[in-house]
Design a protein around this ligand. Structure first.
Ligand code: V47
Ligand code: SF4
Length: 399
């Protein structure tokens, strides 16, 4: 079915020779080059990109569309750094305007989910000296003691770099001890844009691109999985995005440890870059599609619905995206403070499932590591409490 759709693109007489060659590479399952990727950003029409990205998405996953049942914990919004895009953080000198949770407070917020079928807690926030190595290792141990099966996806290289430096630990030793304390995987944040001149302007002082990549590499070598992000649509140019994607693709070739790539659209409310306009929904869809086409060694592309809103998340499923994160339960403030569409991001599982079905896709609840927990194709929500929980096998996708 979708091989024909690439043929339709190739039959377009107006298609230029470079776009034709790129479409042929995609059809043959060949990797596109960095130059191809820049060309796609500069020249490719939306319909062409959607066809190619959807072809790859359906080769990998058919109509399957993944989500999980998760919630976020943001231990603090006070931060020693001053990223210019950040609407969320408060400087240490203004810490009375922010929050700094204790281990007990965090555990209380986790205990609110006792008895609920959430599978993941996503922990990230600002960087403060008090929330140090001992704080997080104790926190992870306490969470596992209370609820051993809850997957802890926590902190980014920004936090780990700061914490390990203060604790005088090597990255490897620090990571090893975090894992021993209960850390299961690492979210994709803190990547922003790797290119130094852009990174210095938007995220100066925090870990460098090389440090971000090294921490992920070490984590993968210790047998763990992580995600990757790219903050786009601010002062960067297309070639900075390609440079960023290139570095992710290269590391993935080395370790295979990334699960998901999550493009994050810059939102411009209440931050130092508020004078910059936000990019359009068309640019968002083009960016999802190009990421899907270029990152041939990433299994999943995720649209983070609290940031772009439900409708665009639905549309993205035709532009290479196969994952729309989770139920969230209104537990993150990072985007709401920066002006995202969703001011109280929370969806019931049934709402999330219906969003996916409305655009003709097949909803699958996964755990953090993409084990399939529930196939919602013909699911009866009145049976929710009786449904067995455990990994299930999906039918093999016909290529
Ligand atoms: O690194 C902060 C971004 C990231 C703004 O791994 C902003 O599953 C846009 O990484 N406009 C943190 N973006 C969040 C993150 C994430 C989110 C969801 C899922 C996963 C995952 C990871 O948020 C930061 C930064 O790039 N961010 N401020 C803003 N104004
Ligand atoms: Fe701090 Fe993260 Fe905000 Fe940067 S993006 S100021 S590191 S909370």
């Amino acid at each position: 079915m979708n091989r024909n759709s690439i043929q339709t693109v190739l039959c377009e007489s107006s298609l230029d020779s470079t776009l034709r060659l790129i479409a042929e590479k995609v059809e043959k399952g060949e990797r596109i080059s960095n130059e191809d990727c820049i060309y796609l950003y500069e020249k490719a029409p939306l319909g062409y990109l959607g066809t190619l990205a959807n072809y790859i998405r359906e080769q990998k996953h058919g109509d399957n569309t993944f989500f999980n049942r998760n919630f976020h914990v943001e231990p603090t919004n006070v931060c020693v750094y001053t990223c210019t895009f950040c609407a969320y953080s408060r400087l240490i000198k203004n810490r009375d305007e922010g929050w700094e949770l204790s281990i007990e407070q965090i555990l209380d917020s986790i205990k609110k989910y006792d008895g609920q079928t959430v599978t993941e807690v996503h922990i990230t926030g600002g960087v403060v000296p008090k929330q140090n190595f001992d704080f997080y290792t104790e926190l992870f141990r306490s969470i596992k003691k209370h609820r051993p099966e809850l997957h802890i996806k926590a902190l980014t290289p920004v936090e780990y770099h700061y914490i390990f430096k203060k604790a005088k630990l090597s990255y490897e030793e620090g990571m090893r001890q975090m894992i021993e304390s209960g850390l299961d995987s690492m979210p994709g944040g803190g990547a922003e844009i790797f290119y130094p001149e852009i990174r210095d302007q938007i995220a100066g002082g925090k870990c460098s691109a090389d440090e971000w990549l090294e921490l992920h590499e070490i984590f993968h070598k210790l047998g763990k999985r992580s995600n990757a992000t790219m903050l786009y649509g601010h002062i960067e140019q297309y070639w900075h995005r390609v440079d960023h994607l290139r570095q992710l693709r290269e590391l993935q070739d080395k370790t295979g440890g990334f699960q998901t790539f999550i493009p994050l659209k810059f939102r411009n409310k209440n931050n130092q870059l508020s004078h910059l306009p936000e990019v359009s929904a068309i640019e968002d869809l083009r960016n999802y599609a190009i990421s899907r086409i270029y990152l041939d060694n990433f299994d999943h592309i995720k649209a983070y619905w609290p940031m772009i809103g439900r409708t665009l998340a639905q549309l993205s499923l035709a532009f290479g995206v196969d994952d729309i994160d989770g139920t969230i339960d209104d537990t993150t403030k990072i985007y709401t403070m920066a002006g995202s569409e969703e001011q109280s991001p929370s969806l019931t599982t049934e709402e999330l499932v219906n969003l996916i079905k409305e655009v003709g896709r097949h909803p699958i609840e996964r755990d953090t590591l993409y084990n399939v927990l529930t196939d919602f194709k013909d699911y009866d929500f009145s049976q929710e409490k009786k449904a067995p929980r455990g990994f299930i096998e999906l039918p093999v996708i016909q290529k």
